[in-house]
Design a protein around this ligand. Structure first.
Ligand SMILES: [Zn+2]
Length: 577
């Protein structure tokens, strides 16, 4: 096993660390693992509660497992001496502040697994946070002195609404009267750019993936996509909307006089010290422009592990098995926004090894990973011969002697062929295909003209995935399953199911964050024979009936564990009740 790269985004499973360390004998370790599985809790939680190790020893080991220092000092900055918002976030997240110099913050946590979730909070507050590990009893002792917490979102949220309403002009001019002159006048009003900035900031703070600004008969409606679902955020009147759209278009260097053709572009802004890139797509509609902004947080160095993506134990085992081979191909299938690239990043990070060379070619690069060479696809419309396509990039990459290659997406036969060749000449190739299921992926590749026998011989694993919203742990409500639900669970003994409510923690949506559901199809020799004898369609029918855990089965497991609810299952997998 390779050593972890210090401070990088790479992390191996915590169980494995304790196994390698031989902290426990085999029986104890197995018992702890079983307890974690049975009680459906993270291994780490069980470890803290049940390991029987002296507290300091345990947390020192955890620190080592996460490659973090153990906090050796007794000094902390009292909550009363911290800026109010910082103090309230630290108290809520159960963190001690060891030091605060300028904007760099040293924090002590007893839950290192949560660091990846909480780091963005500090980034949005404008701090650069680094972490040490301390014991849970020390945190419990000091946190008692912390102030009452409130939601840091509230002030920005109410602020933006009052700003939008003060901008509402008393006289609402009809759309027809709108002229280019009007736009330039409204642009001079500084508060329109303030409104745009605050909207972008709110989107970043609420973890939106996209901002949708749509012209309507009466102005515009602004919605955010959060965890895959659109939520209304603002209504603008006609004149404010005109200013809003123009400001966005100018920021991204689009032509504001263009009323017919679609345009696209991008811009970067610094939101509370964090650089965020927005990709903009603008399409003129009958009432005015429709704009979609996609947020790309390039500088993010959040830890990603396959466990946190939502893979189950046996699925992780398959990934581990398959990636042990130094060559071959792994494909992830799913529609846009199903988390395919996040999963591939997770796989890359699970493979972390400084002795190997990793190169990716992506469109766009969604997340920067330390220790990985990432290349961005660039299409030059004016001079197509000067475009860097997937196929062209991939051919160059092969000359750079990589061990592991990630190809953002396989869209054409050429890219598929080069990827397959690479996977047969000592490279491990990871990629995604825009398809609904594992079986459909194979069909899709066959349709674009890929040599199917070649594909079957180099492919190790194909899996499809979707994302489901997770219930907010603060407000989810449990009840006994009804008869129909029990029937769906079948052999699974489920005593309680949960449903979404809504509270300040989840911005009243009832859900926070997402988890993946998967359908794994490992291409073993047995499957290769089956497909060779019976053809793809017949074989898939057979495999499905026999043993494939479908997306639906996977979703049902998440419901049975109280992670999500039936309405989310139906939203993602279709009606079933
Ligand atoms: Zn809630």
């Amino acid at each position: 096993m390779a050593r972890l790269i210090s401070g990088s985004a790479f992390q191996r499973p915590i169980e494995q660390f304790f196994e390698e360390k031989s902290v426990f004998d085999k029986t104890t370790l197995a018992a702890l693992k079983k307890l974690a599985t049975d009680s459906k809790q993270p291994f780490e939680t069980v470890l803290i509660k049940e390991s029987g190790l002296p507290e300091e020893t345990l947390f020192r080991l955890l620190a080592e497992a996460y490659n973090l220092p153990f906090c050796e000092t007794d000094e902390t900055v009292p909550f009363a001496d911290l800026p109010e918002r910082l103090a309230s976030v630290c108290a809520r997240e159960k963190l001690l502040v060891i030091s605060l110099v300028d904007k760099s913050l040293l924090l002590a946590t007893f839950q290192p697994a949560r660091i990846r979730n909480i780091t963005p909070l500090f980034t949005t507050l404008g701090y650069e946070a680094s972490f040490q590990v301390t014991t849970s009893s020390r945190v419990a002792l000091l946190i008692a002195s912390a102030p009452e917490t409130d939601s840091p979102q509230d002030d920005l949220f109410s602020g933006i609404h009052s700003l939008a309403s003060t901008l509402k002009s008393s006289e609402n001019r009809p759309r027809e009267a709108e002229k280019i002159n009007d736009i330039s006048i409204s642009l001079d009003t500084p508060s329109v750019s303030e409104l745009v900035n605050k909207t972008l900031l709110l989107a970043v703070n609420q973890g939106a993936s996209d901002v949708h600004a749509e012209s309507t008969q009466h102005g515009a409606r602004i919605r955010f996509r959060i965890d895959g679902v659109l939520v209304d955020r603002l209504e603008l009147d006609t004149s404010t909307a005109a200013g809003f759209f123009s400001r966005l278009m100018i920021m991204s260097h689009l032509d504001i006089t263009e009323k017919i053709m679609p345009q696209d572009g991008s811009f970067k802004v610094t939101c509370e010290d964090r650089e965020v890139e927005f990709r903009i797509a603008c399409m003129p509609g009958i009432f005015g422009p429709n704009i979609v902004l996609r947020l790309l947080s390039g500088a993010e160095s959040v830890k990603l592990s396959l466990e946190t993506i939502g893979m189950l134990f046996d699925e992780l085992e398959i990934i581990r098995n398959v990636t042990r081979s130094p060559h071959g191909m792994i494909l992830v299938a799913g529609p846009t926004g199903s988390g395919k690239s996040t999963t591939l990043y997770g796989v890359l990070e699970s493979l972390a090894d400084p002795r190997l060379k990793f190169i990716t070619i992506e469109d766009p690069v969604e997340r920067r990973i330390q220790g990985v060479q990432q290349i961005q696809v660039r299409i030059n419309r004016n001079e197509p011969e000067r475009s860097l396509t997937f196929a062209r990039g991939l051919r160059t990459i092969l000359r750079l002697d990589p061990d592991i290659i990630m190809v953002g997406e396989i869209r054409d036969a050429e890219t598929a062929q080069i990827s397959m060749q690479a996977s047969m000449t000592g490279h491990l190739v990871l990629s995604t295909v825009h398809a609904n299921s594992s079986a459909e992926t194979l069909g899709r590749l066959q349709n674009i003209g890929v040599d199917f026998h070649l594909l079957m011989s180099c492919l190790n694993l194909v899996f499809s995935q979707r994302l489901m919203r997770k219930l907010c742990p603060e407000c989810k409500k449990g009840r006994a399953p009804d008869e129909k639900e029990k029937a769906l669970f079948g052999k699974m003994a489920v005593e309680q199911v949960f449903s979404a409510q809504g509270c300040p923690n989840c911005l009243k949506m009832g859900y926070t964050g997402r988890t993946g559901i998967f359908e794994f199809l490992q291409i073993t020799d047995e499957i290769r024979d089956l497909v060779a004898q019976n053809g793809l369609i017949e074989s898939m029918k057979f495999i499905r009936e026999k043993r494939l855990r479908t997306l639906f089965d996977s979703a049902l497991i998440k419901v049975s564990r109280g992670l999500t609810d039936f309405s989310e299952l139906e939203r993602v997998c279709g009606p079933c009740l």
